[in-house]
Design a protein around this ligand. Structure first.
Ligand code: SF4
Length: 427
């Protein structure tokens, strides 16, 4: 089995962590609905929020809707916010209207927002009541996507964590892969796992509620996304066992992720090599093309997608970049330890955000590439820094071997653009 070598000087797992608790510049967890509604084809996401929440969803996702959408907003009017109206009754009526119009809906998520948090509208009670009323046709669950509580990828974590307690129980020995992946990437992953002879493989989230996703003491689960801390804990509470591994970004990350699963399921090293050799070679070649632009360039991560540590590992080890600061909203040893082990010592590791202090550090460092949220990208570009929007990394297929070259290219593009602009200016 091919395991990545630890860096000669040791990794960053025990490096000191700069803990910051100040103002944050990130999208809220409602953003996750944009990719979750495409993945779960019989689900509907009803945001219980304000017109601001509706606008966020419309502008983030509205342009991508061709059929009847699988999300909407139950607007809390000012009267509700002042506690004048019975918001619970109004919510029940809204759900009745929706479900009678849409027999295709099998899972309904009531998604909390800042306004529903502020007036303390109890959505878990509403979900229980509505589930009892509409079972077995529709399962109603709730989670919070409020910007008060969540960064943008935590919306998916909260959604999946809400599903875990209601998954059926199983005693079967199964692999559960956790985290929403684009269908094309999911199919590639399933084909690799099937080539290794690993199965049955279940998925969370599954494409629909009838899929055989279940959990129990013989379930071993692998996380496909690094932002699923709550889901990880919920699965552990159901008795399932986590397979710790670096995340499957790049050739090395994908190989290490597959190797951890292969070891768990007793796959022979010969079979592992046979299945992975050709895609590994393809991935290495594709990454090498983009790495020509990236090698030797410095890199600064603002905390945003929670993919920062595994991406820093990929960009430093496979693309030759030099991370100066790697900041992530949360760092959990069980999830991020394997990537920290492989991240060569040197960068500042930070958890959380105090945006002004961090901007000062970025300005002092003058990195060749800064990965940050949309709100920070424009001002930093105006100061002459090349930036990459963190949110793009979530909307673009980036996992596993066949996407490794595209992932490296996403980071190479802003650097190339900046070089081209410089040349133009010099002419
Ligand atoms: S949940 Fe909060 S942060 Fe998100 S769109 Fe609604 S009001 Fe804005």
């Amino acid at each position: 089995m091919s395991r990545p070598e630890l860096p000669a000087a040791g990794g960053c797992r025990s490096a000191p962590v700069l803990k910051e608790r100040g103002q944050r510049e990130v999208f809220c967890g409602l953003t996750g609905i944009v990719w979750l509604h495409r993945k779960m084809q019989d689900a509907f996401f009803l945001v219980v929020g304000s017109r601001t929440c509706a606008h966020l969803l419309q502008s983030a996702a509205g342009v991508m809707i061709f059929a009847e959408p699988r999300f909407g907003t139950a607007i809390l009017e000012e009267a509700d916010l002042a506690g004048m109206a019975d918001a619970q009754d109004e919510l029940d009526r809204e759900v009745e209207r929706l479900l009678s119009r849409r027999p295709d809906i099998r899972q309904l998520f009531l998604v909390g927002s800042c306004p529903s948090e502020v007036i303390k509208l109890d959505l878990s009670k509403a979900a229980e009541r509505l589930s009892a009323r509409h079972a077995p046709r529709v399962r109603v669950l709730n989670y919070s996507g409020s910007g008060i509580e969540t960064t943008f990828t935590e919306g998916e974590d909260a959604c999946l964590a809400a599903m875990v307690p209601v998954l059926p129980e199983t005693q079967e020995r199964e692999l559960l892969v956790v985290g929403a992946l684009p269908d094309v990437v999911e199919d590639q992953m399933l084909s690799l796992l099937s080539g290794l002879g690993i199965g049955p493989v279940r998925l969370l989230p599954a494409r629909n509620i009838d899929a055989e996703t279940a959990v129990g003491p013989n379930t071993a689960y692998a996380l496909a996304q690094p932002f699923l801390g709550e889901t990880h804990e919920a699965l552990a509470r159901r008795g399932a066992r986590h397979i710790p591994a670096p995340f499957p970004y790049g050739e090395e990350g994908t190989t290490a992720w597959l190797a951890a699963i292969a070891t768990e399921f007793g796959v022979s090293p010969e079979r592992f090599a046979e299945v992975t050799e050709a895609p590994r070679a393809r991935a290495r070649k594709a990454v090498a093309a983009a790495a020509e632009t990236l090698a030797g360039k410095s890199l600064f991560f603002f905390p945003d997608s929670q993919m920062e540590i595994p991406l820093a590992r990929f960009l430093s080890r496979e693309c030759g970049m030099e991370p100066l600061e790697v900041a992530q909203p949360y760092i959990r040893d069980a999830l991020h330890g394997p990537d920290l082990d492989l991240l060569p010592q040197g960068p500042r590791i930070a958890e959380g955000q105090d945006v002004d202090r961090q901007l000062d550090r970025a300005r002092a460092d003058r990195p060749d590439l800064t990965v940050c949220g949309l709100g920070l990208a424009n001002p930093l570009e105006a100061e002459g820094l090349a930036t990459k929007w963190a949110i793009e990394l979530v909307f673009t297929p980036v996992h596993f071997y066949e996407q490794a070259g595209d992932l490296a290219a996403l980071f190479a593009r802003p650097i190339r653009r900046k070089q081209a602009l410089r040349l133009e200016a010099a002419e």
